[in-house]
Write a protein that binds this ligand. Structure first.
Ligand code: PLP
Length: 400
């Protein structure tokens, strides 16, 4: 039986709520709330998280989970003793909530410890020494990493001139493939293809490679602002061998909790479940995930917040004469015209941490994640210094 938050807190009593664990958890509400709590003296012994560092290398949501998700985490903390099939908010509830949220059925979903697990299992199940992986060069690297581990072949298809996936090249390479990995929006280039193009691609590939899994990775879906983009979830639920991977690590702010899911036709999902660890999602991640899925307004607000800060950061680079790709995510892929390593190491001296190298573009391009407005104001001031641009040459960011 579900226990309300009030009943739970009532049952625990004030001393339990004030315990270090709960305080730390509440204090970890994310940058803004934690900082506000710190400023009002609610948590005098805690410094604001990351106060002297700007960590913009991992495409995380700097604010963390939304309030409803955090409330769920706190109220389900006592369920840590339970297995997820035996907890107050468990697997069943997550599957039902996913089904409700995406207008599908529980059998259309498989859950993972992050979407990494879905990507890994896609490669493990659908690829083999005889059936290669098709991916973009550059694209998110984990399917290639998995293929290498297994000793399987992979075919990385170079991007087009706008640093988007070359879908016609990928379709050509799909003949005889085990899995075709379509990261849309693409990481690290931040670019998208519109829904109509992805749909035609799927139809085309299924003519020549009907046995291949087409895995559309929509990790950054919730950050897209281009109306031409749409999720492939409705298509995946009706067509075999198409799956969509989603994560709670990005807009949902739950990277540390490790929760993701795959969505597709029940037969495809059944295959993807073959290598899933049972009880792979922990009860706290499940509770926060369920609460997040029910809080659609929060994700809309997060998209708007990200867009504003993204615009600010883009303006800085454009004003300073540096080009970025058309970003539809919570990160930029910027052409610095110099090695990313040089830029990264110089920024790190001022405690601004941008992303690692992305070969083969590491000699010119750097990936910069979008933090809070405050973080990006501090970051762009450091960027201006490192790049040697006058504040007046750059956009608003340079003047901070
Ligand atoms: C495109 C893409 N897919 C999948 C993942 C894996 O995310 P997680 O395992 O945290 O859900 C990431 C992480 O950065 C990503 O960028």
């Amino acid at each position: 039986m579900a226990l309300s938050r009030r009943a739970f807190f009532g049952g625990l009593g004030a001393s339990a709520v004030a315990s270090p664990v709960l305080s730390a958890l509440v204090a970890a509400r994310g940058f803004e709330e934690a900082t506000a709590a710190w400023e009002t003296g609610a948590y005098p012994t805690l410094s604001p998280p990351g106060a002297d560092e700007v960590r913009i290398g991992g495409n995380e949501n700097p604010l963390g989970p939304g309030k409803r998700a955090l409330d769920a985490l706190v109220s389900e903390l006592d369920q840590s003793k339970r297995y997820p099939f035996n907890s107050r908010v468990g697997n069943r509830e997550l599957m039902d909530t996913l089904a409700e949220r995406f207008d599908a059925k529980p059998e259309h979903f498989v859950v993972g410890a992050g979407s990494s697990e879905i990507l890994r299992n896609g490669v493990r199940i659908f690829c083999s020494p005889e059936r290669h992986l098709v991916t973009g060069l550059l694209s998110y690297g984990s399917p290639v990493t998995e293929s290498k581990k297994l000793g399987n072949e992979y075919r990385p298809i170079p991007l087009d001139d706008e640093l988007r996936l070359d879908l016609s090249g990928m379709a050509e390479a799909a003949r005889g493939a085990g899995m075709v990995y379509v990261c849309n929006p693409n990481n690290p280039t931040a670019t998208i293809h519109p829904a109509s193009t992805i749909e035609s691609f799927i139809v085309e590939v299924q003519k020549t490679a009907p046995e291949a899994l087409i895995l559309v990775d929509e990790a950054y879906h919730d950050y897209v602002t281009d109306p031409a983009h749409k999720t492939m979830i409705p298509l995946a639920t009706t067509r075999k061998n198409v799956a969509v991977a989603r994560t709670f690590s990005k807009a949902y702010g739950m990277a540390g909790l490790r929760l993701g899911f795959g969505c597709g036709h029940p037969e495809t999902i059944e295959q993807l479940r073959r290598y899933s660890l049972s009880a792979n999602a922990n009860v706290l991640a499940i509770a926060a995930g369920v609460a997040s899925l029910r809080d659609r307004k929060h994700i809309e607000r997060e998209r708007e917040r990200n867009e504003k800060v993204r615009r600010f950061t883009l303006d800085f680079f454009e004003g300073a004469g540096y080009q970025s790709t058309d970003t539809q995510t919570n990160f930029l892929f910027v052409n610095l015209g110099e090695p990313a390593k040089q830029f990264r190491e110089a920024c790190a001296k001022d405690k601004v941490f941008v992303a690692r190298d992305f070969p083969p573009m590491e000699k010119t391009h750097c990936r910069v994640s979008i933090g809070t407005m405050d973080e990006m104001q501090r970051a762009t001031a450091v960027f201006a210094k490192v790049l040697g641009v006058q504040s007046s040459d750059a956009g608003a960011g340079g003047a901070q």
